[in-house]
Design a protein around this ligand. Structure first.
Ligand code: PLP
Length: 390
């Protein structure tokens, strides 16, 4: 095998948030870390090589983004998702979450309403509330088989003239859905009818399992392109989130300039030297590694599903279509959200993101990160068994 995803990399006491920051979230660092969305794999060798070259130069002054920076992103998105974007409308951001916050700040007013589809990545709540906008929840519908779909009737009922934005998570964290074209079109039709713009957070679009296919929301036609702000990033797929790198696609130059002016105002408009070279190397040279990574993670997912079927039949799990995050349903145990969280942490000694963080619908769930060597997955499963009593 060209890449060794079984390699054990010691991240404890090495500035890793996942391994060394559990005390802040869970009250202890003596836990098995399967939470926050980064991977326990080294990134692609091509990325390390590009960063090494920069390191060897020994100069880490301000960097200038070459024109090709946006071209490589454009080519990647065309190749992976068949979407030909306009680089004139594409800009940099030091991360997706900062961009969400700046977009809310610049394109809506205090007191405006913003819709999110719960359960969802928890900073979606905070970016709205901390900017003094009103959070409107449009919970996803959970089917008998654990599959999630959008609730269009509920969405339509929540539309009024104060609603200005909807934050779309596509693919969806934590439920793992890759939204289909008809689902996205229906969502767009409702939003655009009510003059609601969509911010489409597509950070997980590099981690999609066949035969599912990610469809960029803005690619669905003129009306979609004109009413959508899209966030792309190489950081989840290539495990470089600590470098802070994202691309934001605006519908027009005017929006782009508003955003860039804001980035300039707080002087965050430049890449750091490593995010620049790592981002370009990922998109130019990282595809083979990414494909191998997806196969490894998918085998981890299949392993978990099999283990749960055999050993923990009361835990319900649906294979995700995307992301390396498993949304485990413990409702059959009849525990409160506090009891469930405490059981995992205190008895199982394992750190999963608690489902309640993603919204009230998540109270019976734990989110398990399986972007790690298989031995970590095996240990995590043993700890769940210990927690709930096999
Ligand atoms: C949906 C979603 N958006 C954004 C982020 C974080 O993006 P960034 O680190 O670029 O702010 C995450 C990280 O898990 C995520 O799941």
């Amino acid at each position: 095998m060209k890449y060794n995803f079984d390699e054990v990399v010691d991240r404890k006491n090495n500035h890793s948030a996942k391994w060394n920051e559990m005390d802040l979230k869970f009250g202890s660092n003596d836990l098995w870390p399967m939470w926050i969305a980064d991977m326990d794999f080294k990134t692609a060798p091509e990325i390390i090589e590009a960063m090494q070259e920069k390191l060897n130069q020994g100069i880490f002054g301000y960097v200038n983004r070459p024109k090709e920076y946006y071209e490589v992103a454009k080519n990647w998105i065309k190749k992976r998702h068949g979407f030909e974007l306009n680089t004139e409308h594409l800009t940099y951001s030091p991360g997706v979450v900062p961009a969400l916050s700046m977009i809310i700040e610049k394109f809506t007013e205090p007191g405006d309403k913003i819709i999110i589809q719960t359960p969802v990545y928890y900073p979606f709540f905070s970016v709205v509330e901390e900017n003094n906008r009103i959070l409107i929840l449009n919970p996803l519908k959970k089917g008998e088989d654990g599959d999630y779909t959008m609730d269009y009737e509920d969405l339509e009922s929540k539309m009024d003239e104060k609603v200005k934005l909807l934050l779309l998570c596509s693919p969806h964290n934590p439920v793992g859905r890759v939204w289909k074209e008809n689902e996205l079109r229906k969502l767009g039709d409702i939003c655009f009818k009510h003059n609601v713009k969509v911010i489409s957070d597509e950070i997980h679009s590099d981690i999609v399992y066949k035969p599912n296919k990610h469809i960029p929301f803005a690619s669905l036609g003129k009306e979609f392109e004109e009413n959508t702000i899209t966030c792309f990033a190489p950081t989840k797929g290539f495990n470089i989130a600590g470098l802070y790198s994202a691309f934001i696609l605006f519908p027009n130059k005017e929006y782009l300039e508003t955003f860039e002016t804001e980035l300039g105002r707080i002087d965050l408009k430049r890449n750091n030297p490593f995010s620049l070279v790592a981002t370009m190397a990922a998109y130019e040279k990282g595809e083979e590694w990414l494909e191998a990574l997806l196969a490894y993670i998918e085998s981890n997912i299949d392993y978990v599903i099999e283990y749960i079927k055999e050993n923990l039949p009361k835990v319900k799990i649906k294979k995700p279509e995307a992301t390396y995050l498993l949304w485990l349903d413990f409702s059959e145990y009849g525990l409160s959200k506090e009891e469930l969280g405490e059981l995992m942490v205190k008895k199982g000694k394992v750190a999963f993101d608690h489902g309640q963080w993603f919204g009230n619908e998540g109270g019976n769930f734990q989110r398990m990160n399986v972007a790690c060597p298989r031995y970590m997955v095996e240990e995590g499963l043993k700890r769940i068994s210990k927690a709930v009593g096999k």
